[in-house]
Write a protein that binds this ligand. Structure first.
Ligand code: M6R
Length: 609
């Protein structure tokens, strides 16, 4: 959840590391720090707040060519300067940055305190610095001291370590938190996320759990915790630098919402055979026969990915006729799920690094299920650990609030439905109709995006509300929950999403004069029922924003505002219905003077349990 970056090479390390931190800031931004090493001196600067606040403290003229840096999302201890990374040993000779959680840090801390270490932070990370120092004092070198320290840790880590006693190399290691080694021309980069170093190199080596990279003047080597050397392939990452810039938009979230028509094109490019009503999913080719025999689908994900999964449940059950369950990653393994070899577990994750979803994948594999990934980040852990999968091709999503990735997750699920449905009893005509409608989605999304001024006006009028409900039925039920998540996570307005039919079972008690309710009522098979819910809200004085299909005659006495979306197949309606909700959340947030890209307490990628 934090971001780490390291450099060993011939450039000045400080600008490289600061640039890396800026690009990683979306992973955590409550404090940041940098350590550079010149000869036998390690210089550390840390600050509370965003990377720009650290930048203001950095002194020019640092000539060092080696360094490590960190941007933090607090887990242990408040965001203070003393809790910010890098952490160091008491003699200042070992410095560490860490992403993850050390579960047994209390026991280790007590042991280290007994042998004389003094702790100056409340973090779990500080034990790593003291522990490595402790191991070094037995006379072993930094690589062995790091290895020996790491085998004593329980929990997750992506770390980079440097020591002024070993200026010729730095050490990085991974266990449960992503870490990538970037290979340049006589220089090396290490980062928790490729975006930090993409502007310098596209040649990457992905570390696996339990691996340690030693990076120095002579190049790099990778070994296991047991000191066995490992040969790794250098992979060429294909991602345009421009994709991780704001491109003139005020926020990444706005840029990413506006990219959605292109994202739909990219997620479906080359994957639809309209004539044969089929989806061509190359990533599933090797498991296509096994998929034919699948009797049950379990979808796992967290946050928005989970809601996309719920949409997938409606799609797959209706059109592929397979029983589907959708499970939160964080609940899956604790529920002791019953899995047979005819179960397919589909993990949905934008980052491909979400710890809870990854744990679910590992649990499912252990139990013999076929595992598939619907993942956006190419080469991420979930993408690599699942048996097969389909990439979203949505491009990097930087805004904490998922927008384009969510839309592409639902789109890939629609392709997946076509794929599994046509393997079973879906008719050619139905397959053709779905394929054709999917291809029309990009233009339909454009029609919604051009309504942004109107939605901005609505946002202005709702910026001071304290609560809101989002209601939807059937395919729009998960969209109600997604709309509520979007609003609450960036505007801090308390919002809840409900299946509209649930209103009368409790939530309606809160409706009184002026209570805001966003009702998703497209012209679909449950339209009349949704309208009845709308009238019930109105009868109690609720203030209604309705999202419905173009051409619907709406009694303006029943609604305060109405946003129209184009007509499409019912199963594809969620892909359109979510767009106005994203825009609404964005504009309310802007009107409140908040930063939608970096909401408080959140980070883009949740790599801790
Ligand atoms: O990277 P993932 O798709 O696995 O992330 C899952 C959730 O953390 C993510 O969707 C989160 O809920 C977003 N902030 C929602 O906007």
């Amino acid at each position: 959840m934090c971001g780490i970056v390291g450099y060993f090479g011939k450039k000045e390390a400080q600008p490289v590391l600061m640039e890396g931190l800026r690009r990683l800031e979306y992973r955590g931004y409550d404090s940041a720090g940098i350590a550079t090493m010149e000869g036998d001196v390690i210089r550390i600067t840390r600050s509370v707040g965003k990377v720009s606040e650290l930048a203001a403290l950095i002194k020019e003229g640092d000539q060092s060519n080696v360094g490590i840096a960190h941007t933090r999302w607090a887990t242990h201890g408040k965001p203070t300067e003393s809790n910010a990374h890098p952490h160091r040993s008491n003699d200042g000779k070992v410095a560490v940055v860490h992403n993850g959680i050390i579960e047994n840090y209390k026991e280790l801390k007590e042991m280290l305190q007994r042998s004389g270490a003094t702790f100056v932070s409340e973090t779990d990370t500080e034990v790593i610095a003291h522990l490595i120092r402790h191991e070094l004092s037995s006379g072993i070198n930094l690589v062995d001291a790091t290895r020996t320290a790491l085998v004593q840790l329980k929990g997750t880590y992506g770390i980079i370590v440097m020591s002024s006693e070993y200026p010729d190399y730095i050490v990085a290691a991974r266990m449960g938190s992503p870490l990538i080694l970037g290979v340049g021309d006589n220089e090396h980069y290490i980062a928790s996320d490729a975006s930090a170093i993409l502007r310098y190199t596209r040649q990457m080596v992905y570390l696996d759990d339990g691996e340690i990279a030693v990076v120095g003047r002579g190049g790099f080597d990778i070994r296991t915790l047991g000191n066995k050397m490992v040969e790794k392939e250098i992979e060429l990452i294909d991602a345009a630098e421009a994709e991780i810039q704001k491109m003139g938009y005020p926020h990444f979230m706005m840029k990413e919402m506006m990219e959605q028509p292109d994202v739909l094109l990219n997620s479906t490019r080359g994957r639809l055979d309209v004539e044969n009503g089929m989806a061509i999913l190359g990533g599933l080719r090797d498991v296509a026969d096994r998929l034919r025999d699948i009797e049950r689908v379990i979808i796992v994900g967290c946050g928005s990915a989970y809601y996309a999964g719920l949409v997938g449940e409606y799609m797959l059950e209706e059109y592929a006729g397979i029983p589907v369950e959708v499970e939160l990653g964080s609940e899956f393994r604790y529920r002791k799920p019953i899995i047979s070899k005819n179960t397919v577990v589909i993990a949905i994750s934008q980052s491909g690094e979400t710890a809870d979803t990854l744990a679910a994948v590992r649990e499912a594999k252990e139990k013999g299920a076929l595992t598939l990934g619907i993942v956006n980040a190419v080469g991420s852990t979930i993408a690599r650990e699942t048996d097969a999968g389909v990439y979203n091709h949505a491009g990097p999503e930087i805004g904490v609030a998922s927008t384009k990735a969510f839309v592409s997750q639902m789109t890939v699920l629609a392709l997946f439905t076509l794929f599994l449905g046509r393997q079973r009893s879906m008719s050619l005509v139905t397959g053709q109709r779905i394929a054709k409608e999917i291809l029309e989605l990009p233009d339909k999304v454009k029609e919604i995006l051009i309504q942004q001024d109107k939605i901005g006006d609505i946002g202005l009028r709702y910026k001071d509300v304290a609560h809101a409900y989002f209601l939807g039925r059937k395919y729009c039920n998960p969209i109600a929950m997604e709309g509520a998540l979007k609003l609450k996570e960036i505007s801090y307005i308390h919002a809840e999403g409900y299946a509209a039919g649930e209103m009368k079972h409790g939530p309606i008690a809160l409706i009184e004069d002026g209570f805001p309710v966003i009702v998703l009522a497209p012209k679909d098979s449950v339209y009349d029922k949704s309208m009845s819910n709308l009238e019930e809200i109105r009868a109690r004085g609720g203030r209604v924003i309705m999202v419905t299909t173009e051409g619907c005659e709406i009694d303006r006495n029943l609604v305060d505002d109405v946003i129209f979306i184009p007509k499409t197949l019912e199963m594809l309606t969620p892909i359109l219905a979510v767009i106005p909700l994203q825009l609404l959340a964005y504009f309310v947030t802007i009107e409140k003077g908040l930063d939608p890209d970096m909401p408080r307490n959140l980070a883009k990628s949740v790599t801790v349990e």
